[in-house]
Design a protein around this ligand. Structure first.
Ligand code: ASP
Length: 441
């Protein structure tokens, strides 16, 4: 009986033993070849109906994990910190995100102003509807859930994070309570949530085994559908966006080096979420993979439970680059020279719009429309950019999650006890942050 089961099992084992990045890299290369072949040979009619559901399945599996992951890691992460420490970590993370977003905007605008990617192109005929801008107070009020269950059902990440932080804080106070009964209940609750975190990560690991199929299907579907010729008129914009993103990633490397992080170890863990972000075009969707990578780097829940979901929603360096560069592209086509005031408006709108927009495919296009409208430029060229948005979205989403992970790693490195041994991928049961009472300072 064992002999009949041995062959398939060992094959599956062998598949599991291949590092994920290799499987994903092979899938990516195969997807590119197949997608281009399908585009050239006109296979779209039969290939797209097969590829699209396979890709969608991967996206759904990832999305299924987002909220369980945010809620469990954030509650247990916050509960294991003292409120002062949480405030300090929160401020550091926010400051990091703000500074790197400003750097990204500057890189995107500077490179685009130097290259003028849109010169030589004429304004297309028909216009586009401008999206409704959201006011700052609306964006901020939206963070407090009037009904937490509704926020959950609507997928409002910031509101769910708010609820989880409040719960985690209350749990931290229970754990630190002088009343034995309350403390005992707190320990019980904390252990339950720790158990839930472990459970969610088991599911994450399972879902990642499907990632290569998803990667193949997603990249092949985009290329089969658009091909490369759509790129040609916009090749300069694409080069500027990819070039600026490369500069931004070099900036992350410098920041990591400045904070004495091991660059090799960082990218050894970061490569899986980077590739996943590249093909899924969603930093929220990539969150389970990003979180697993932060864990592999040795970062504790106290930091990543907060910084990663927040980063996936508000910190979009790649998108900032894209909004800056594409606004200059639109101004070039319209024959408008942007003033310093207009450039500052673009930066402000870009940063505010990114706070209120979730990390989903194509979100940057909405932000671009807002930026272009805010400085009074015509919307029509945005339609062109929309034609190649998928290709730009891949690189900017990859940059977005790399920025989130850089911030997470840097902040964890500056906080005592928030960075474990990166060589130990898992915490031992009952390890540093499992079930421990909050460290009071
Ligand atoms: N797709 C990006 C993200 O999820 C957002 C964007 O469209 O720029 O991070």
């Amino acid at each position: 009986m064992s002999t009949t089961h041995e062959a398939p099992r060992s094959l599956w084992r062998r598949y599991l033993d291949i590092p994920l990045i290799w499987k994903m890299a092979v899938a990516l290369a195969a997807g590119v070849c197949f997608g281009l072949a399908a585009n050239v040979l006109g296979w779209q009619d039969w290939a797209l109906p097969v590829l699209e559901p396979l890709g969608e399945l991967f996206l759904r599996l990832l999305r299924m994990l987002i909220f369980p992951l945010i809620i469990t890691t954030l509650i247990t992460g916050v509960a294991s910190l003292s409120p002062q420490r949480l405030g300090r970590i929160g401020l550091k993370v926010l400051a990091f995100y703000l500074v790197t977003s400003a750097v990204a905007m500057t890189v995107g605008l500077t490179l685009a102003l130097a290259v003028s990617p849109g010169t030589g192109l004429d304004l297309p005929e028909q216009g586009q509807e401008a999206p409704e801008p959201t006011s700052v107070s609306e964006v901020l009020l939206d963070i407090v859930p009037a009904n937490p269950f509704q926020s959950l059902a609507e997928g409002n990440v910031l509101a769910v994070m708010f609820g989880a932080i409040v719960t985690g804080l209350a749990l931290a106070f229970m754990l630190g309570s002088g009343d034995d009964r309350v403390q005992g209940l707190g320990v019980l609750l904390k252990r339950a949530v720790d158990g839930a975190v472990e459970l969610v990560f088991r599911v994450v690991r399972g879902v990642l085994e499907y990632a290569p199929v998803g990667v193949f299907a997603l990249i092949a579907a985009v290329l089969a559908d658009t091909g490369t010729e759509v790129l040609l008129p916009l090749v300069r914009l694409t080069a500027v966006v990819y070039g600026a993103i490369a500069v931004q990633i070099i900036a992350y490397v410098l920041i990591l080096a400045l904070f004495r992080a091991q660059i090799g170890r960082f990218f050894a863990a970061a490569k899986d979420p980077m590739l996943t972000a590249f093909v899924t075009r969603s930093s929220s969707g990539t969150l389970p993979v990003t979180t697993a990578a932060a864990k592999r780097m040795g970062v504790r829940e106290g930091v990543y439970g907060f910084s990663l979901p927040l980063g996936a929603t508000v910190n979009m360096d790649g998108t900032a680059i894209y909004v800056g560069a594409a606004t200059v592209f639109v101004a070039n086509i319209a024959g408008v020279e942007l003033t310093v005031g207009q450039l500052l408006t673009v930066v402000l709108v870009g940063v505010l719009a990114s706070i209120g927009t979730a990390g989903v495919p194509g979100a940057g296009l909405v932000m671009l429309s807002m930026a272009v409208t805010s400085v009074g430029l015509p919307l029509a060229p945005v339609g062109w950019v929309a034609g190649i948005d998928a290709i730009l979205d891949m690189a900017r989403t990859m940059c977005n999650v790399t920025g989130d992970l850089t911030g997470t790693r840097v902040v964890a490195g500056t906080e005592r006890g928030m960075l474990g041994d990166p060589d130990a991928p898992e915490d031992p049961p009952g390890g540093a942050d499992a079930g421990a009472a909050p460290a009071r300072e």
